[in-house]
Design a binder for this molecule. Sequence first.
Ligand code: DGY
Length: 321
Amino acid sequence: MPAKPRLLITRKLTDAVLKRAARDYDVMINAEDRVFSTDELIAKCQDFDAVLPCHSEHFTADVIAALPDRLKIIANHSVGVDHVDLAAAKDAGVVVTNTPDVLSDATAEIAMLCMLGAARRGAEGDAMVRAGKWDFWSPAFMVGRQVTGKRFGVLGMGRVGQVAAERARGFGMTVHYHNRKPLPDHLAKGAVFHDSIEGLFANSDVLSLHCPATKDTTGIINKDTLALLPDRAILVNTARGNLVKEDDLVTALESGKLFAAGLDVFCEEPGGNPKISGLKNVFLLPHIGSATEETRDAMGFRALDNLDAYFNDREPGDRVA
Ligand code: DGY
């Protein structure tokens, strides 16, 4: 029997995923479940044929250049691949895969939680009750914005954006979106296409970000684009922190230009941004868009499906480089 390929799994995955991985691969796991430093990541990779990382491991051009010749596939446990230098991987002949589709429902749920948490002042109310400081009630108390009948703007109507749009329709919202190209009718489901971000932003009472982080989208939410939104709009970000210039977001939240923001992702992770957490009109989560039992299993299985294809001389279904 040929030896099993050696697989490095960089973070703690579910029992079911680890069981399947151990059945088919000679696996090493990161029992401490902490992020490796760059040097550690390079050193750990030396003895492996494949690596299954998360978005927390950064495969920069330097890291890729230091990978051993035998390691020819990075099978990510994430849909986002901005932590991998895809051009460097391609040049080095290293295959890169991701895990699309399987986290769309979970991430769209978190987008709705962020939207409602921001619109209805969820964090403020929760903190008040928990702290034993709820000592007053009146019709004028803790009044938020209702999303029913409002416009839900989707920047990046891919898989997650489409599910988020579907959920927003359930709240009686109309959907607007911007993509490079309009979607076919059966996917757009009546959503209004805008061929520019100016058009989308002007028509978004809630703007929800669902585009990947690339050099073109980094900082796409900034003082100029925030100014395009209707007054008292709500920003939701469950995609990547660096889509947003956080200082400009703070200014818009402080001035009241934005009513609130619901954020699951930040430029600095883990940790977040103290200037944002110091504000009342934000609802914040620690990058848990895909963190459900069901989705964690599905992401791990999908990464293993990609590895299985690669090691059985088939094209991995989710190859991105
Ligand atoms: C993803 O899949 O990109 C999520 O952000 C979790 O890594």
